[in-house]
Write a new protein. Structure first.
Ligand code: NAP
Ligand code: MG
Length: 402
């Protein structure tokens, strides 16, 4: 069989630990035999980030701006223990944070649904994609403990020195106070990323805040979304037969629980933090969550939502076989290949991505899966395979389908 051609390279960001091992297996078994794979390779493994003083992370993000599409393996975000383990020059920042800052993107997370691993919420039939605004609010807040009676005010000093004040509270006794902010530019990027992603995936977009209580702060989010929607997206949404829908956050939560799924739920930073864990867990498994960073300028970076699966890696180093689930990492590759195919007009590449995803799902539905899925599967014949055996089973299903 002739290999499927590519014209523009994908930006390939390699990573750490168990996912780095899976990365290699996926390429060798599921991609290289079928696709004339073109990538520009960046090694974001912690050792190489340390050698390059993290320049490689910046270079990989710049390459993503050049080519438009990247696929990323999970990477270690260093902490104190990693400094000793990897003899680091310093505690390098989270690569995802660095890349997100450079691409100015929003992260969209969606579960992969398979029969036999049923969502805890009975009505959910289609994935719910969470889009979390990743800037500001309580994550960049400042706080004080108020020791006793006194007055707390917000003070804005303009560049010309004029001041505007707003009373927060007249304290009679001890208490607490918090100040937080966001910036219009960031909210606008968030809105555009969400509208573009909705058009891209042909799904409705829901957005919710608490604007009835927070009449300036949350209301600004609502207004910015609405203005951008009316000006730039209304016609495009109508042409694509999709809807933009705004409601209060409590109403949104109630509707999500009664819904069938199949839409994007845009959340402010804190709501997205909390709701993404709720949605991921309710759909069944962290190892079945995909994640894509989409920028308002139209750059995409695909990855798995889980980390480097450190515990399994230490077993692997001892020579033990592990049953680590490669599905989310495979879907990062298929997502990136499909997007590359779409941008370059390569329908064969897009079809290959579809077939590989279907092979993954069919293999699991036939009862062959990794250990993490067996424990939550309702299939009577669910069988736990090692990562190698599982990837081999997917390859067999794929070949039968081709
Ligand atoms: P993790 O890698 O997501 O793994 C946590 C646990 O979840 C695992 O020990 C495993 O449970 C289960 N799990 C996750 N993915 C799995 C898979 N594909 N197959 C089977 N089980 C899976 O999180 P972590 O251990 O807390 O973090 C390890 C490293 O990853 C850290 O250094 C962190 O900085 C990094 N991290 C990176 C990213 C990213 O690059 N996007 C995201 C998160 C974390 P059992 O052990 O019970 O089998
Ligand atoms: Mg969280």
């Amino acid at each position: 069989m002739e290999k499927i051609k590519m014209t523009t390279p994908l930006v390939e960001m390699d990573g750490d630990e168990m996912t780095r091992i899976l990365w290699q297996m996926i390429k060798e078994e599921l991609l290289l035999p079928y696709v004339d794979l073109k990538t520009e390779y960046y090694d974001l493994g912690l050792e190489h980030r340390n050698e390059t003083n993290d320049q490689v992370t910046i270079d990989s993000a710049e390459a993503t701006k050049k080519y438009g599409v990247a696929v990323k393996c999970a990477t270690i975000t260093p902490n104190a223990a990693r400094i000793t383990e990897y003899h680091l020059k310093e505690m390098w920042k989270s690569p995802n944070g660095t890349i997100r800052a450079l691409l100015d993107g929003t992260v969209f997370r969606a579960p992969i649904l398979v029969k036999g691993i049923e969502p805890y919420v009975k009505t959910w039939k289609k994935p719910i994609t969470i889009a979390r605004h990743a800037y500001g609010d309580v994550y960049k807040g400042s706080e004080m403990k108020i020791p006793g009676a006194g007055k707390v005010e917000l003070v804005y000093t303009a560049q010309d020195g004029t001041q505007t004040k707003e009373l927060v509270h007249e304290f009679d006794g001890a208490g607490i106070v918090q100040g937080m902010h966001n910036i219009e530019e960031s909210i606008e990027s968030f809105a555009r990323s969400c509208f573009n992603f909705a058009l891209d995936t042909k799904q409705d977009l829901w957005f919710a805040t608490k604007d009835t209580i927070s009449k300036k702060y949350d209301h600004t989010f609502k207004d910015i979304f609405q203005e951008i929607y009316d000006k730039e997206y209304d016609e495009k949404f109508k042409a694509a037969s999709i809807e933009y829908f705004y409601t209060l956050i409590d109403d949104a939560v109630a509707r999500v629980m009664r819904s069938e799924g199949g839409y994007i739920w845009a959340c402010k930073n804190y709501d997205g933090d909390v709701m993404s864990d709720m949605v991921a867990t309710a759909f069944g498994s962290l190892s079945m969550m995909t994640s894509v960073l989409a920028s308002p300028k139209g750059y995409y970076e695909y990855e798995a939502a889980h980390g480097t699966v450190q515990r399994h890696y230490y077993k692997h180093l001892k020579g033990e076989k592990t049953s680590t689930n490669p599905i989310a990492t495979i879907f990062a590759w298929t997502g990136a290949l499909r997007k590359r195919g779409e941008l370059d007009g390569l329908s064969e590449l897009m079809t290959f991505a579809d077939k590989l995803e279907k092979a993954c799902i069919d293999t699991i539905e036939s009862g062959q899966m990794t250990g993490d899925l067996v424990s939550s599967s309702t299939l009577p014949n669910a069988q736990s395979l090692t990562s190698e055996e599982f990837i081999g089973a997917i390859k067999k299903t794929l070949e039968a389908a081709m």
